[in-house]
Design a protein around this ligand. Structure first.
Ligand SMILES: [Ca+2]
Length: 324
Protein backbone atom coordinates (compact mmCIF):
# COMPACT_ATOMS: atom_id res chain seq x y z
CA UNK A 1 0.00 0.00 0.00
CA UNK A 2 2.71 2.41 0.99
CA UNK A 3 4.38 1.78 -2.22
CA UNK A 4 1.17 2.44 -4.21
CA UNK A 5 0.49 5.67 -2.28
CA UNK A 6 4.03 6.68 -2.74
CA UNK A 7 3.74 5.99 -6.45
CA UNK A 8 0.52 8.00 -6.73
CA UNK A 9 2.13 10.96 -4.80
CA UNK A 10 5.08 10.71 -6.97
CA UNK A 11 2.91 10.89 -10.10
CA UNK A 12 1.00 13.91 -8.68
CA UNK A 13 4.24 15.64 -7.88
CA UNK A 14 5.53 15.09 -11.38
CA UNK A 15 2.22 16.31 -12.84
CA UNK A 16 2.33 19.40 -10.68
CA UNK A 17 5.95 20.03 -11.60
CA UNK A 18 5.17 19.57 -15.29
CA UNK A 19 2.18 21.96 -15.03
CA UNK A 20 4.31 24.55 -13.20
CA UNK A 21 7.10 24.29 -15.80
CA UNK A 22 4.62 24.81 -18.65
CA UNK A 23 3.00 27.86 -17.04
CA UNK A 24 6.40 29.45 -16.41
CA UNK A 25 7.78 28.91 -19.92
CA UNK A 26 4.67 29.55 -22.04
CA UNK A 27 3.27 32.68 -20.32
CA UNK A 28 3.89 36.08 -22.01
CA UNK A 29 6.79 38.02 -20.46
CA UNK A 30 4.64 40.81 -19.16
CA UNK A 31 2.56 38.42 -17.12
CA UNK A 32 5.68 37.63 -15.20
CA UNK A 33 5.98 41.31 -14.09
CA UNK A 34 4.03 43.11 -11.51
CA UNK A 35 0.81 44.18 -13.29
CA UNK A 36 0.61 47.65 -11.64
CA UNK A 37 4.26 48.43 -12.47
CA UNK A 38 3.90 47.45 -16.11
CA UNK A 39 0.78 49.54 -16.54
CA UNK A 40 2.60 52.55 -15.12
CA UNK A 41 5.49 52.11 -17.57
CA UNK A 42 3.09 51.87 -20.50
CA UNK A 43 1.26 55.00 -19.39
CA UNK A 44 4.54 56.84 -18.97
CA UNK A 45 5.66 55.78 -22.44
CA UNK A 46 2.41 56.99 -23.97
CA UNK A 47 2.62 60.29 -22.07
CA UNK A 48 6.24 60.75 -23.26
CA UNK A 49 5.28 60.08 -26.88
CA UNK A 50 2.27 62.40 -26.69
CA UNK A 51 4.37 65.12 -25.06
CA UNK A 52 6.91 64.80 -27.85
CA UNK A 53 4.20 65.09 -30.49
CA UNK A 54 2.58 68.08 -28.80
CA UNK A 55 5.95 69.89 -28.44
CA UNK A 56 6.77 69.19 -32.09
CA UNK A 57 3.35 70.42 -33.21
CA UNK A 58 3.56 73.54 -31.02
CA UNK A 59 7.05 74.30 -32.39
CA UNK A 60 5.86 73.93 -35.97
CA UNK A 61 2.89 76.18 -35.26
CA UNK A 62 5.23 78.72 -33.65
CA UNK A 63 7.60 78.67 -36.63
CA UNK A 64 4.69 78.89 -39.04
CA UNK A 65 3.13 81.80 -37.15
CA UNK A 66 6.47 83.65 -36.92
CA UNK A 67 7.12 83.17 -40.64
CA UNK A 68 3.62 84.43 -41.48
CA UNK A 69 4.01 87.37 -39.11
CA UNK A 70 7.40 88.29 -40.61
CA UNK A 71 5.96 88.03 -44.11
CA UNK A 72 3.01 90.26 -43.18
CA UNK A 73 5.32 92.83 -41.56
CA UNK A 74 7.61 92.74 -44.60
CA UNK A 75 4.60 93.40 -46.86
CA UNK A 76 3.50 96.29 -44.65
CA UNK A 77 7.04 97.73 -44.58
CA UNK A 78 7.29 97.37 -48.34
CA UNK A 79 3.97 99.19 -48.87
CA UNK A 80 4.99 101.87 -46.38
CA UNK A 81 8.28 102.38 -48.20
CA UNK A 82 6.44 102.63 -51.54
CA UNK A 83 4.11 105.21 -49.97
CA UNK A 84 7.22 107.16 -48.99
CA UNK A 85 8.37 107.08 -52.61
CA UNK A 86 4.96 108.31 -53.82
CA UNK A 87 4.92 111.07 -51.21
CA UNK A 88 8.42 112.15 -52.27
CA UNK A 89 7.51 112.07 -55.95
CA UNK A 90 4.59 114.42 -55.27
CA UNK A 91 6.99 116.66 -53.39
CA UNK A 92 9.58 116.87 -56.17
CA UNK A 93 6.84 117.34 -58.80
CA UNK A 94 5.85 120.48 -56.89
CA UNK A 95 9.45 121.68 -57.14
CA UNK A 96 9.06 121.64 -60.94
CA UNK A 97 6.72 124.61 -60.66
CA UNK A 98 9.33 126.68 -58.86
CA UNK A 99 11.78 128.90 -60.72
CA UNK A 100 14.76 127.65 -58.69
CA UNK A 101 15.63 124.82 -56.29
CA UNK A 102 17.46 125.81 -53.16
CA UNK A 103 19.19 123.87 -50.42
CA UNK A 104 16.29 124.66 -48.06
CA UNK A 105 13.84 122.95 -50.47
CA UNK A 106 15.87 119.76 -50.19
CA UNK A 107 16.41 120.07 -46.43
CA UNK A 108 12.73 120.77 -45.82
CA UNK A 109 11.91 117.44 -47.41
CA UNK A 110 14.27 115.71 -45.00
CA UNK A 111 12.67 117.42 -42.03
CA UNK A 112 9.02 116.73 -42.79
CA UNK A 113 9.44 113.09 -43.79
CA UNK A 114 10.35 111.11 -40.62
CA UNK A 115 7.16 110.20 -38.78
CA UNK A 116 5.47 107.39 -36.91
CA UNK A 117 2.48 105.44 -38.18
CA UNK A 118 -0.77 106.74 -36.77
CA UNK A 119 -2.83 103.53 -36.85
CA UNK A 120 -1.30 102.06 -33.72
CA UNK A 121 1.17 99.89 -35.61
CA UNK A 122 4.76 99.89 -34.52
CA UNK A 123 6.32 101.25 -37.64
CA UNK A 124 8.24 104.16 -38.99
CA UNK A 125 9.22 105.71 -42.29
CA UNK A 126 12.31 107.75 -43.00
CA UNK A 127 12.98 109.48 -46.28
CA UNK A 128 16.04 111.18 -47.63
CA UNK A 129 15.94 113.24 -50.80
CA UNK A 130 19.23 113.85 -52.58
CA UNK A 131 19.57 116.32 -55.43
CA UNK A 132 21.34 114.60 -58.35
CA UNK A 133 21.90 118.00 -59.95
CA UNK A 134 24.25 118.82 -57.09
CA UNK A 135 26.62 116.16 -58.49
CA UNK A 136 29.00 115.82 -61.42
CA UNK A 137 27.51 113.68 -64.22
CA UNK A 138 30.33 111.30 -65.00
CA UNK A 139 28.86 110.28 -68.37
CA UNK A 140 29.46 113.85 -69.53
CA UNK A 141 33.18 113.24 -70.10
CA UNK A 142 32.33 111.45 -73.39
CA UNK A 143 30.22 113.08 -76.10
CA UNK A 144 27.48 110.97 -77.74
CA UNK A 145 29.68 110.79 -80.88
CA UNK A 146 32.40 109.06 -78.86
CA UNK A 147 34.77 112.04 -78.68
CA UNK A 148 36.13 113.15 -75.32
CA UNK A 149 34.71 116.25 -73.67
CA UNK A 150 38.07 117.60 -72.53
CA UNK A 151 36.58 120.31 -70.28
CA UNK A 152 34.42 117.74 -68.53
CA UNK A 153 37.35 115.35 -68.17
CA UNK A 154 39.34 118.20 -66.64
CA UNK A 155 36.51 118.78 -64.18
CA UNK A 156 36.61 115.13 -63.16
CA UNK A 157 40.37 115.36 -62.62
CA UNK A 158 39.88 118.48 -60.49
CA UNK A 159 37.21 116.72 -58.44
CA UNK A 160 39.63 113.86 -57.80
CA UNK A 161 42.42 116.27 -56.85
CA UNK A 162 40.10 117.98 -54.37
CA UNK A 163 39.39 114.60 -52.78
CA UNK A 164 43.09 113.60 -52.74
CA UNK A 165 42.55 110.90 -55.36
CA UNK A 166 45.07 110.32 -58.16
CA UNK A 167 43.57 112.34 -61.09
CA UNK A 168 44.85 109.80 -63.65
CA UNK A 169 41.96 107.59 -62.54
CA UNK A 170 39.76 109.94 -64.62
CA UNK A 171 41.62 108.71 -67.73
CA UNK A 172 40.84 105.09 -66.91
CA UNK A 173 37.17 106.03 -66.51
CA UNK A 174 37.20 107.81 -69.88
CA UNK A 175 38.71 104.72 -71.55
CA UNK A 176 36.15 102.50 -69.82
CA UNK A 177 33.35 104.51 -71.46
CA UNK A 178 34.69 105.74 -74.80
CA UNK A 179 33.95 103.50 -77.81
CA UNK A 180 37.57 103.15 -78.99
CA UNK A 181 40.17 100.68 -77.70
CA UNK A 182 43.12 103.05 -77.54
CA UNK A 183 44.44 103.11 -73.98
CA UNK A 184 45.38 106.45 -72.38
CA UNK A 185 47.24 104.54 -69.68
CA UNK A 186 48.77 101.08 -69.57
CA UNK A 187 45.90 98.53 -69.51
CA UNK A 188 43.26 101.26 -69.15
CA UNK A 189 41.18 99.64 -71.90
CA UNK A 190 41.34 96.20 -70.22
CA UNK A 191 37.83 94.63 -70.23
CA UNK A 192 36.38 98.10 -70.88
CA UNK A 193 32.63 98.46 -71.30
CA UNK A 194 33.01 101.14 -74.02
CA UNK A 195 29.55 102.46 -73.22
CA UNK A 196 28.01 105.00 -70.84
CA UNK A 197 27.55 103.97 -67.24
CA UNK A 198 24.06 102.90 -66.18
CA UNK A 199 24.94 103.19 -62.50
CA UNK A 200 27.89 104.67 -60.61
CA UNK A 201 28.37 101.22 -59.03
CA UNK A 202 29.89 100.14 -62.36
CA UNK A 203 32.92 102.28 -61.49
CA UNK A 204 33.95 99.54 -59.06
CA UNK A 205 34.79 97.38 -62.09
CA UNK A 206 37.49 99.80 -63.25
CA UNK A 207 41.10 99.06 -62.36
CA UNK A 208 42.36 101.43 -59.67
CA UNK A 209 38.89 102.07 -58.24
CA UNK A 210 39.12 100.52 -54.79
CA UNK A 211 36.37 100.61 -52.17
CA UNK A 212 37.82 103.59 -50.29
CA UNK A 213 38.16 105.69 -53.45
CA UNK A 214 34.63 104.82 -54.56
CA UNK A 215 33.16 105.82 -51.19
CA UNK A 216 35.03 109.15 -51.40
CA UNK A 217 33.66 110.12 -54.82
CA UNK A 218 30.19 108.53 -54.48
CA UNK A 219 28.46 111.60 -52.91
CA UNK A 220 29.65 113.86 -55.72
CA UNK A 221 28.99 111.94 -58.92
CA UNK A 222 25.90 110.75 -60.77
CA UNK A 223 24.78 109.27 -64.09
CA UNK A 224 21.38 111.00 -64.01
CA UNK A 225 20.16 114.39 -65.06
CA UNK A 226 21.14 116.91 -67.68
CA UNK A 227 24.70 117.29 -66.41
CA UNK A 228 24.07 120.87 -65.32
CA UNK A 229 25.22 121.63 -61.79
CA UNK A 230 22.79 123.42 -59.48
CA UNK A 231 24.83 126.18 -57.83
CA UNK A 232 22.24 126.32 -55.02
CA UNK A 233 22.81 122.72 -53.91
CA UNK A 234 26.29 121.60 -55.09
CA UNK A 235 28.97 121.13 -52.45
CA UNK A 236 32.45 122.72 -52.57
CA UNK A 237 34.26 119.79 -54.33
CA UNK A 238 31.82 119.91 -57.27
CA UNK A 239 31.82 123.72 -57.48
CA UNK A 240 35.62 123.78 -57.45
CA UNK A 241 35.68 121.23 -60.30
CA UNK A 242 33.52 123.43 -62.55
CA UNK A 243 36.39 125.27 -64.21
CA UNK A 244 40.18 125.31 -64.21
CA UNK A 245 40.12 128.83 -62.71
CA UNK A 246 37.78 127.84 -59.89
CA UNK A 247 39.40 127.56 -56.48
CA UNK A 248 38.28 126.10 -53.19
CA UNK A 249 38.18 129.66 -51.78
CA UNK A 250 35.79 130.76 -54.55
CA UNK A 251 33.61 127.71 -53.98
CA UNK A 252 33.31 128.60 -50.30
CA UNK A 253 32.35 132.17 -51.23
CA UNK A 254 29.50 130.71 -53.31
CA UNK A 255 28.36 128.65 -50.29
CA UNK A 256 28.44 131.75 -48.09
CA UNK A 257 26.53 133.83 -50.64
CA UNK A 258 23.69 131.33 -51.12
CA UNK A 259 23.35 130.83 -47.37
CA UNK A 260 22.13 134.42 -47.22
CA UNK A 261 19.80 134.07 -50.20
CA UNK A 262 19.67 131.39 -52.89
CA UNK A 263 20.53 132.14 -56.50
CA UNK A 264 17.28 132.84 -58.31
CA UNK A 265 18.96 132.62 -61.70
CA UNK A 266 22.37 131.41 -62.81
CA UNK A 267 23.48 134.88 -63.93
CA UNK A 268 23.54 135.98 -60.29
CA UNK A 269 26.70 133.97 -59.72
CA UNK A 270 28.79 136.90 -60.95
CA UNK A 271 27.61 138.82 -57.89
CA UNK A 272 29.81 136.58 -55.76
CA UNK A 273 33.07 138.33 -55.03
CA UNK A 274 35.80 136.92 -57.30
CA UNK A 275 33.31 135.20 -59.65
CA UNK A 276 32.93 138.12 -62.05
CA UNK A 277 35.05 136.50 -64.78
CA UNK A 278 34.81 132.77 -64.24
CA UNK A 279 31.10 133.10 -63.45
CA UNK A 280 30.48 134.02 -67.07
CA UNK A 281 32.63 131.17 -68.39
CA UNK A 282 30.65 128.51 -66.53
CA UNK A 283 27.19 129.71 -67.54
CA UNK A 284 26.67 126.73 -69.87
CA UNK A 285 27.55 124.28 -67.06
CA UNK A 286 25.28 125.51 -64.28
CA UNK A 287 21.63 125.88 -63.35
CA UNK A 288 19.57 126.99 -60.36
CA UNK A 289 16.83 124.43 -60.87
CA UNK A 290 17.06 120.70 -60.20
CA UNK A 291 15.26 118.08 -62.23
CA UNK A 292 16.49 114.69 -60.89
CA UNK A 293 16.35 113.43 -57.34
CA UNK A 294 17.44 110.28 -55.53
CA UNK A 295 14.90 109.20 -52.95
CA UNK A 296 15.83 106.78 -50.19
CA UNK A 297 12.75 105.53 -48.27
CA UNK A 298 13.34 103.22 -45.32
CA UNK A 299 10.30 101.69 -43.62
CA UNK A 300 10.31 99.57 -40.48
CA UNK A 301 7.37 97.51 -39.14
CA UNK A 302 8.00 95.40 -36.03
CA UNK A 303 11.75 95.51 -36.76
CA UNK A 304 11.30 94.24 -40.34
CA UNK A 305 12.94 96.81 -42.62
CA UNK A 306 12.32 97.46 -46.31
CA UNK A 307 14.37 100.06 -48.16
CA UNK A 308 13.50 101.47 -51.57
CA UNK A 309 15.97 103.67 -53.37
CA UNK A 310 14.92 105.40 -56.54
CA UNK A 311 15.93 108.18 -58.88
CA UNK A 312 13.03 110.18 -60.30
CA UNK A 313 12.72 113.39 -62.22
CA UNK A 314 10.28 116.22 -61.72
CA UNK A 315 8.20 114.92 -64.65
CA UNK A 316 7.52 111.74 -62.65
CA UNK A 317 9.74 109.39 -64.68
CA UNK A 318 11.38 106.60 -62.70
CA UNK A 319 15.02 106.29 -63.81
CA UNK A 320 16.18 103.86 -61.14
CA UNK A 321 14.42 101.61 -58.62
CA UNK A 322 15.82 99.14 -56.14
CA UNK A 323 14.05 97.48 -53.22
CA UNK A 324 15.77 95.47 -50.54
CA1 LIG B 1 37.30 102.48 -74.57
Amino acid sequence: MRSQKSEVRSQNTEATAEKGFNSLTLAPWYLTLNKKGSALIIVLLIVAILTGLVVEFAYEVYIGTSALSNWQNAQKASLLSKSGQTLSLNYIKNLAGRSYTSMSDRDMADEIMPYQLRNGEQGSLKIKIIDENSKFNINGIIYPNGMTNENSLLSLKKLFEYLNINPSLALSIADWMDPDAEPRLSNSEYNAKNLYLWSIDELKLIRGMDHKTFELIKPFITVYGSGLININTAEAPVLTALHENMTEALAKKILDYREGSPFENKGQIVKVSGMEGVGIQIQNLITVKSSDFRIVASASVHKIIRDIESVMNTSGDIEYWREQ
